[in-house]
Design a protein around this ligand. Structure first.
Ligand SMILES: NC(=O)c1ccc[n+]([C@@H]2O[C@H](COP(=O)([O-])OP(=O)(O)OC[C@H]3O[C@@H](n4cnc5c(N)ncnc54)[C@H](OP(=O)(O)O)[C@@H]3O)[C@@H](O)[C@H]2O)c1
Length: 279
C-alpha cells in the first residue's frame, strides 16, 4: 500500500529502519528489500546509523535489477549535539552550510542523486522552536524547493513545536517521525495535528516502547482470533489508525510477518480498545 502526503508525494505504508545494525546494515537492508520492504530509513549520524552501508546495499540491489526509483529513501540531518567526533559536516560552519554539507554527504553515502524524504532529526530545544530550528528548517525548505528531496519532515517533535512549525513555515513538513508510546494514546496529540495537515505520521518503537501492551491478555486474545502474533496486531493497529509504522527487526521471519500485518483486519471495537489500553 502507498500513503500520500499533502503535497501528493507517495510513500510506502511500512518502513524498514536501519538504526543500530552496525556492520550488519548492508545485509539487513538487502534482506528487507528481498522480503518486500520498499522504504528505508537511515540518518547521517554514525553513533546510531551506517548510511554508507545502506548505500552499499542499494548498489548491490541495483546490480540485481532493483532500481533506485522503485525504493523510497529517507535520511536525516542530525545536529552537532547528536553527533560524536565523526560529524559528517563542518560543525563550525553556519547551520545552513551544515545542512547542505550533510545533505550532499548523504547523497554520496547513498549513491543517489535525490532523496525521497529528508528529516530534521529533532529540534534544538525541548520547548518551542528557536532561531537554530528556523535556520535549519529554511535550509531544508531550500532543498525541497530545489527538487533534491521530494519531502521534508521533522522527528522527535512535540505537539506544540509541530503546531508552531505548521503555522509559521513556508513549507510545512510532509512527514513526522516520533517514538510512539501507548501510554500517550499512541502520540495522539501529534497524530491529530498530522491528520489535520495531511502530514504522514511515522511511528517508531511501537514494540520496544510498549512491551506491557504486547503482553496484555486482551491483545493476546485479538492475536489468537486473527491467527497472528501480538507484534502483528500492534503494527496492524498502527496502520488502521493511519500511522506509517517502522520496524527495525533483524530477523527475516519477522520482516515477513511485519509486512503480512497489512492483510489483517481489526474490528472498530478492537481498534478503540487498543487506542486506550494504556491510558
Ligand atoms: N528518529 C529517531 O530519533 C529514531 C529513534 C529510534 C528509531 N528510529 C527509527 O525507527 C527504526 C525502528 O526502531 P524501533 O525502535 O521501532 O525498532 P528496533 O529497536 O529496531 O526494534 C524492533 C524490535 O522489535 C522486534 N520485532 C520486530 N518485529 C517483530 C515481530 N514480528 N515479532 C517479534 N518481535 C519483533 C525486533 O526483534 P528481532 O530483531 O528479533 O525481530 C526488535 O527487538 C530504527 O531503525 C530507526 O530507523 C528513529
Amino acid at each position: 500500500m502507498t500513503l500520500m502526503a499533502y503535497n501528493h508525494a507517495p510513500i510506502p505504508s511500512f518502513m524498514y529502519g536501519t538504526a543500530w545494525k552496525e556492520e550488519a546494515t548492508a545485509h539487513l537492508v538487502q534482506l528487507a528489500v528481498a522480503s518486500g520492504f520498499r522504504a528505508i530509513d537511515t540518518a547521517n549520524q554514525l553513533i546510531h546509523y551506517q548510511e554508507v552501508l545502506v548505500g552499499e546495499a542499494l548498489q548491490t540491489l541495483r546490480k540485481e535489477g532493483i532500481e533506485r526509483d522503485t525504493l523510497f529513501l529517507q535520511t536525516k540531518f542530525t545536529s552537532a549535539d547528536g553527533q560524536d567526533h565523526r560529524t559528517p559536516y563542518d560543525a563550525s560552519a553556519d547551520l545552513t552550510t551544515q545542512v547542505r554539507q550533510s545533505f550532499e554527504s548523504s547523497l554520496t553515502h547513498l549513491c543517489t542523486e535525490y532523496l525521497d524524504s529528508y528529516v530534521l532529526h529533532g529540534p534544538y530545544q525541548r520547548r518551542g522552536l528557536g532561531e537554530a530550528d528556523w535556520e535549519v528548517w529554511a535550509a531544508m525548505e531550500g532543498l525541497y524547493q530545489s527538487g533534491k528531496t521530494k519531502m521534508i519532515g521533522i522527528s522527535n517533535v512535540t505537539a506544540a513545536q509541530l503546531t508552531e512549525l505548521c503555522e509559521q513555515a513556508n513549507v510545512k513538513p510532509m512527514v513526522v517521525q516520533n517514538r510512539c508510546f501507548a501510554a500517550l494514546g499512541w502520540d495522539k496529540e501529534v497524530r491529530e495535528i498530522c491528520q489535520g495537515h495531511g502530514i504522514i505520521y511515522q511511528g517508531f518503537s511501537l514494540l520496544t516502547a510498549n512491551r506491557r501492551v504486547l503482553a496484555d491478555p486482551e491483545i493476546r486474545t485479538m492475536a489468537r482470533r486473527l491467527g497472528a502474533s501480538t507484534a502483528q496486531v500492534i503494527f496492524r493497529f498502527a496502520m488502521q489508525i493511519g500511522m506509517l509504522p517502522l520496524t527495525g527487526t533483524t530477523s527475516q521471519q519477522h520482516m515477513k510477518e511485519d509486512l503480512q500485518a497489512e492483510q489483517l483486519a481489526l474490528s472498530t471495537e478492537e481498534i478503540q480498545r487498543i487506542e486506550t489500553i494504556a491510558l
